[in-house]
Write a protein of this length. Structure first.
Length: 358
């Protein structure tokens, strides 16, 4: 293997995405950077996704397919990583796509600057249109002190609702396999929410340098926005995933001596409160939900062993989200019931307005 062209392992979890899969696979197979392996993990698809992957694999020896019963994205990512061989890892979601020089420019930046992590520019991909998702930090190279000051110090939040400085996603990055192997222990393999955060945030705590690619309109990650994606659907495992995920993140902060980093631990707590709000809005998406079940989730959040309590006036959440947060931790049964009805109505209205257009 040429040291100037290290092997990159691309891990692609696949679950029922036949409508978008060919575009995703084409964008990978026709990269200008050729030294990669594509590990496709078919996570129990019931549509034609596996057949499409098999057709591509028959034409390109760089593709390898793993089939497993449906176990969720975290388990699929781990399965792919366990058979990967590359020095560097890229994760791609199977309804997304990458531009032709994506791998080339990620690898070049890593070699030229010898950084721990390279991050691409991201475009929101909506009905074929590319809309730049501008980052709140300049592109280019950040050495250790500048990285800690300008990026790590506000990586999760500036006090707003999940106002993360950089995408805390596994996709859109070139990551060394050693960093991933070291931090997989903070990921709950059965999680259906926040599994990216539980891998990437501990990695951000470990690294000392970073490079953010300059947008040249040929090297971006295309993040598809669609109403039927997992994140927009009802998730019956949402609260369990949040509860497990943030306990593991707290452990990561302890392990990496990050609890005393100025402002960073407060950001983690704010992120947890954002997730708690999402647990409530998630519950009203359940077509069989009842007030009794909604209230049960509220009281489980209150009794969570992390014991964190929000200071409502200390954050910059909007009025609606602060009201929900206040209801979660300080509301009585009457206010909880009233919010359940209000959220249920608001969700039905939103669902009608944003009816599926994919």
């Amino acid at each position: 293997m040429n040291d100037n062209e290290p092997l990159v392992s691309i891990i692609l979890p696949v679950y029922n995405v036949e409508k978008y899969l060919s575009e995703c696979l084409d964008s990978i197979c026709f990269q200008t950077y050729k030294n990669f392996e594509l590990i496709i993990v078919d996570d129990g698809s019931t549509d034609n996704s596996y057949k499409i992957c098999k057709k591509y694999a028959e034409k390109d020896s760089r593709l390898k397919i793993i089939q497993q019963k449906n176990s969720g994205p975290a388990k699929a990512v781990m399965s792919g990583f366990n058979v990967s061989r590359g020095k560097y890892i890229c994760f791609i979601d199977s309804d997304d796509a990458i531009e032709k020089n994506y791998l080339r420019d990620l690898v070049k930046a890593q070699i030229d600057f010898n950084v721990d992590l390279v991050i691409s520019q991201v475009c929101n991909y909506i009905h074929g249109n590319k809309i730049m998702n501008d980052l709140d930090v300049a592109d280019g190279y950040f050495a250790e002190e500048e990285y800690k000051d300008k990026i790590l110090s506000k990586i999760l939040s500036d006090g707003k609702f999940q106002s993360r400085l950089l995408p805390i996603s596994r996709w859109g990055k070139l990551i060394s396999r050693d960093l991933i192997a070291k931090n997989f222990k903070y990921v709950d393999e059965y999680s259906t929410y926040g599994e990216d955060l539980n891998l990437i945030l501990p990695i951000f705590l470990d690294i000392k340098s970073i490079y953010i690619l300059t947008n040249n309109q040929t090297n971006r990650y295309l993040y598809r926005i669609r109403a039927t994606s997992l994140i927009n659907a009802y998730d019956p495992n949402r609260w369990n995933s949040v509860k497990s995920g943030y306990k593991r993140l707290y452990l990561a902060f302890k392990d990496k001596n990050a609890l005393n980093i100025s402002n960073l631990f407060d950001q983690l707590k704010l992120d947890y409160f954002s997730a708690a709000v999402q647990c409530c809005t998630n519950e009203v998406k359940n077509p069989t939900s009842t007030y009794k079940h909604f209230k049960k989730v509220i009281y489980e959040i209150r009794e969570d062993t992390l014991g964190w309590k929000p200071k409502i006036k200390k954050n910059k959440f909007n009025i609606a989200k602060n009201k929900i947060l206040s209801m979660i931790y300080y509301g009585n049964n009457i206010s909880i019931y009233n919010y359940y009805i209000m959220l249920k109505i608001a969700y039905k209205v939103k669902k009608k307005i944003t009816r599926e257009k994919d």
